[in-house]
Design a protein around this ligand. Structure first.
Ligand code: SFD
Ligand code: AMP
Length: 650
């Protein structure tokens, strides 16, 4: 085994993850840090220019408030999440997000404009962009703000380090380079965790040659949740996964089709199941008050789709791209311009995918699909953990002081905006729970909010906390153990001869170790079959969840035997360790909430209805004790800071 050099970095404020929230944090921290002589450093497992969920680009900015008010946005988010979100966090982002979008324009992001120079809206809150280079543009601004010397790329952060004199205060972080034999030890006064959501916890629909294709980026492996949970931070809504409806196999998004092109989706036999669900006596009336609002909440749109597919057997679900294009072409009053209009619509349809889900465009091309000639299948995908979209999982954080009511101030505010329950540990983007629908622009905004507060924290808490050197030494050994395990046992196989002859990767089966891929497959199978993945038609019960907890325990024991052939696999090992903790937290939260609040995301078959009285005004929260390996699960109140009457409109 190679010798690993230790690189020590001392800074004031460390940003962990340079995705959308991390880039926003760099832009804001850069500004305040210069004024207060605070050193800011950012670390990412990848290259900032194309890291995170926006690596491939996006075709829309999904949160822009325009002339609406933050309360309008809160109404929308609250009803989409079936009543549960943090009013203070959602409104805080909503009141600042316009500024972020205007900043983006200044960075050079091409936002679509109409003939009058106004932004082109996809829906009420969404703006169309030419966003293939969205991440590169935003990352460049972040890099300029804090300076190239303060950017550390291709270093995977494994764990946070606590103050040796105060276990409720963060003091450092440890990770390793994914390119060179180097361990990184960071020491700081404050840090911001914005390492994205979690993908490949549940079994993906893509297998075999499609393996690795997912909607959300496979390199977001639950690190945000792992880092904050292991540090002892209170976590929230870990049961609220997101199941996106997507074009089949390529995972192309549906938003532009539903909102911009106003396309209809139907069951295989042609029924408009959403209109039927909304109509008098339709399924949505079984989910009051949320089934009657507009837009139909995301989970309920899935729910209607799942009834067609699984209960009626009237799948697959079809998106009628052809009819939408024909209708929009017909709407062109000048018949001479219709041909041009058709060409424009066709290219917009392709660009929607080419800007953010290139694989869907490739799949359409390879299957000879012409969106103007026929419909395409859409499907509910595997569940993802993503606090920034239509899910809600993440850390329980302090909100802004000025948005609190007398009642909420005691529950939702403890000094620094977006600080977790651990001193000096901040979170943003997918890492924060209960402030859903922030998307790319809102995540960047939340990064800005958190970074400003974190710089303030550094100024007001100038003493550098101390890390425990003995703990660091132990962790170094633990981090590199998979390389050692492989070296010790790789020759032990009865299949060596086969390997020689066929060059098969026989090390994958070895009684002494488990490869990261195998560990992930095992996790995926457990979650899919017992915790309401697509393979179990999104259904679970106390019985299946308890089976999952037993199996996860066995998997956790085997994680000590993970083996890595090289640095790349070492990364894969630790990604799976991160995934397993969020899997367990999720399972425990799901078990705790005895109702079905988000049908279409998951069903508790033993509690198949929504239970407003018992669960309508509480969040499920948890704290993990890493020393004892124990979760404590409990509730926190949903406090309505703003009374919302009625909400309509897309
Ligand atoms: O509509 C470590 N999203 C969309 N947002 C929009 O505004 N418009 C759209 O059109 C969107 N669509 C969409 C979206 C995402 C994807 C994948 C597709 C389509 C195909 C959502 C946004 O992208 C999302 O909300 C934000 O990006 C969330 O921001 P953030 O910062 O929370 O996550 P990130 O950007 O993925 O960044 C995470 C970073 O952390 C790094 N990282 N670094 C060090 N150590 C570790 N252990 C780490 N683990 C992770 C990552 O490398 C990354 O840089 S639509 O179709 O839904
Ligand atoms: P998506 O492409 O599904 O990620 O959606 C992009 C944006 O459009 C998100 O803000 C979604 O909540 C919203 N959206 C997608 N489909 C619909 C729909 N049928 N009705 C209302 N909003 C939608």
């Amino acid at each position: 085994m190679q010798n690993f050099e230790t690189v020590e970095i001392t800074t004031d404020f460390l940003i962990i993850g340079s995705g959308m929230a991390g880039s926003g944090a760099c832009v804001e921290a850069g500004h305040w840090a210069k004024q207060h002589n605070v050193k800011v450093t950012v670390v990412d497992k990848a290259a900032m220019e194309r890291s995170g969920a926006v690596a491939m680009g996006l075709s829309a900015i999904n949160q822009y408030i325009g002339d609406n008010t933050p309360i309008d946005y809160l109404s929308y988010v609250q009803q989409d999440l079936m009543g549960l979100c943090r009013d203070d966090l959602v409104m805080d982002i909503a009141r600042h997000v316009n500024g972020t979008v205007h900043m983006y324009e200044g960075f050079g992001l091409p936002i679509w404009k109409d003939d009058q120079g106004n932004y082109v809206h996809e829906g009420r809150w969404q703006l169309m962009i030419n966003g293939e280079s969205y991440k590169a543009i935003v990352a460049e601004a972040g890099k300029n703000a804090i300076g190239m010397d303060n950017i550390i790329e291709r270093v995977f952060v494994v764990q946070l380090l606590m103050d040796k004199n105060d276990k409720k205060r963060v003091a450092g972080a440890i990770g390793f380079s994914v390119r060179e034999p180097k361990i990184y030890v960071f020491k700081f006064k404050a840090c911001l965790v914005c390492a994205g959501g979690a993908v490949h916890v549940f079994r993906p629909r893509s297998t075999g040659e499609g393996m690795g294709r997912a909607w959300y980026p496979p390199w977001n492996s639950g690190s945000s949740s792992y880092l904050t949970t292991m540090a002892g931070a209170e976590m929230s809504s870990q049961e609220v996964i997101f199941v996106p409806a997507r074009f089949k196999d390529g995972y192309g998004p549906v938003g532009a089709w539903f909102l911009l092109f106003k396309a209809e989706a139907t069951s295989a036999s042609g029924r408009n199941y959403m209109a039927e669900g909304l109509s008098e006596g339709g399924e949505l009336h079984n989910w009051p008050p949320y089934g009657k609002v507009k837009p139909i909440p995301t989970c309920l749109r899935n729910h209607l789709m799942m009834i067609e597919m699984y209960e009626k057997g009237d799948g697959p679900i079809l998106m009628h791209t052809d009819k939408a294009i024909a209708r929009l072409t017909e709407e062109e009053p000048d018949p001479k311009k219709r041909k041009r209009k058709l060409k424009e619509l066709e290219s917009e349809a392709w660009e929607d995918f080419l800007d953010m889900t290139i694989s869907q465009a490739v799949l359409w091309a390879s299957k000879d699909v012409f969106p103007e000639q026929g419909p395409s299948e859409i499907m509910p995908s595997e569940p993802y953990f993503i606090g920034s979209h239509s899910g809600a999982s993440g850390a329980w954080v302090s909100g802004p002081e000025d948005l609190q009511s007398d009642e909420s101030k005691n529950e939702y505010f403890w000094g620094y905006n977006r600080m977790t329950t651990i001193k000096g540990l901040f979170a943003a983007g997918d890492a924060v729970g209960n402030s859903s629908h922030k998307f790319s622009s809102g995540s960047f905004t939340e990064g800005r909010i958190a970074a400003k507060a974190a710089v303030k924290f550094c100024v007001e808490n100038p003493d550098m906390p101390a890390i425990d050197d003995a703990e660091v030494e132990k962790l170094k050994e633990k981090i590199l153990q998979p390389l050692k395990t492989y070296e010790e046992h790789s020759k032990y196989t009865t299949l060596g001869a086969v390997k020689k002859r066929y060059d098969l990767p026989v090390e994958e089966v070895n009684p002494n170790f488990i490869t990261p891929k195998m560990a992930m497959f095992r996790l995926n199978k457990i979650m899919d079959e017992y915790v309401a993945g697509w393979g179990s038609q999104y259904k679970c019960s106390a019985t299946t969840l308890n089976i999952a907890l037993d199996l996860l325990q066995l998997l956790k024991e085997d994680l000590h035997k993970l083996a890595a052939r090289n640095l790349h696999e070492l990364l894969r090992c630790w990604e799976n360790v991160h995934r397993v903790l969020i899997a367990e937290a999720h399972t425990r939260h799901k078990l705790f909430r005895e109702e079905t609040r988000w049908p279409g995301y998951y069903y508790r078959t033993d509690f198949p209805k929504i239970d407003e009285e018992k669960w309508g005004d509480v969040f499920v929260n948890s704290v993990y004790d890493a020393e004892k390996d124990e979760f404590k699960v409990f509730t926190r109140p949903k406090i309505k800071i703003v009374e919302i009457k009625e909400v309509v409109g897309m």
